[in-house]
Ligand binder design. Structure first.
Ligand SMILES: NC(=O)c1ccc[n+]([C@@H]2O[C@H](COP(=O)([O-])OP(=O)(O)OC[C@H]3O[C@@H](n4cnc5c(N)ncnc54)[C@H](OP(=O)(O)O)[C@@H]3O)[C@@H](O)[C@H]2O)c1
Length: 299
């Protein structure tokens, strides 16, 4: 597995980012990225319990050489983007910040959909303002609902984003929580540089889609790579982890990096310690036997 050398997140021990790089919308980004959702308060609502700790994680992310951060103005809402701006603005040149539109938050922490053209235009403006930029690097339209992708056309929503791209407010477009058919529908409207769906050792619905996207040079960005709010647990995973003297999280991440070169990681954490563990752990080399054993989990 290729690696990207970096300076240590704390300046003490050298860290190496595993997985090398991927060209995302013409920009080279590290395949080991960072998902910022967990920086908001509990259940992604309100401010973090440790504001300075959240800023420290974001600075450690960039300090480690990571050049791909995933966010959304719905996280908090508005909290995560504000933290990113406070910690990192003006952004280092190589850093790509990807955001998402398509949902609001309600007072109970729900994620009501908001995908009418006027909703999407407002959310793009809110992201621009919160992140403090004139153009958003990458915007994903989040479709479906909490149960996953739902059938139906995404044309109106994606055409709206394509128009915002034409207007110069967005550089690149992606789709999230979508079916393979919806990816194809979006690609017929405008170029799609990434697909962000739920995928991990235990959730493998997108195996064929990942391979198809790899052939077409499109990134696949799995959300909940570690299981999200329900950490991955399995006897097969524990056994492989023990064999490799690694943690189950390390094995779950290294498996994703080895799954396909177009898979970009965005594991979330609000802990610098966990960030560092994940960077080092994701370099774990898995054997053919390990991969075969891990394959039994998702079947
Ligand atoms: N498109 C979408 O619809 C969608 C939906 C959900 C998420 N996302 C994106 O995907 C990203 C990743 O998802 P996620 O953060 O929810 O889930 P995740 O990466 O699967 O897991 C994050 C959880 O794992 C824990 N964790 C991370 N490293 C650990 C370690 N080394 N040891 C122990 N625990 C560890 C974190 O706790 P600690 O904070 O304590 O480390 C956190 O609770 C999000 O940040 C977001 O950007 C997108």
């Amino acid at each position: 597995m290729s690696t990207t050398s970096t300076s240590d997140a704390t300046g003490s021990t050298p860290l190496v980012l595993p997985g090398g790089t991927w060209t995302l919308g013409g920009r080279e980004v590290t395949r080991f990225g960072y998902g910022a959702m967990q920086l908001a308060g509990a259940w992604v609502m309100g401010p973090p319990a440790d504001h300075d700790g959240a800023l420290a994680v974001l600075r450690a992310v960039v300090g480690a050489g990571i050049t791909h951060i995933d966010t959304s103005d719905a996280y908090g809402p508005h909290i995560t983007n504000d933290l990113i701006r406070e910690a990192l603005h003006p952004y280092p040149g190589p850093l790509l910040v990807a955001t998402k539109v398509g949902a609001n938050r309600d007072a109970r922490g729900g994620w009501p959909t908001a995908r009418r053209p006027e909703d999407l235009r407002r959310q793009v403006q809110e992201n621009l303002q919160a992140l403090g930029v004139d153009v958003l690097d990458l915007v994903n339209i989040r479709m479906g609902d909490a149960n996953g992708p739902q059938v139906g056309s995404i044309a109106e929503a994606f055409e709206t984003l394509a128009q915002l791209q034409q207007d110069g407010l967005v550089r690149h477009l992606g789709v999230s929580n979508v079916t393979a058919g919806q990816v194809a529908e979006a690609r017929a409207i405008a170029p799609v540089v990434c697909v962000q769906n739920m995928y991990n050792l235990a959730v493998r619905h997108d195996d064929d889609l990942i391979d198809d996207l790899a052939r077409d040079g499109i990134a696949y960005v799995p959300f909940f790579p570690l299981g999200g709010f329900t950490p991955l647990q399995s006897d097969a995973l524990s056994a492989v982890a023990q064999r490799r003297s690694a943690t189950p999280m390390a094995v779950a991440l290294s498996w994703l990096l080895q799954r396909s070169p177009n898979v970009l990681l965005i594991p979330g954490t609000k802990s610098v310690k966990h960030l560092r563990e994940n960077i080092t752990g994701a370099a774990t080399m898995l054997s053919e036997q390990d991969l075969a054993d891990l394959d039994t989990i998702g079947r």
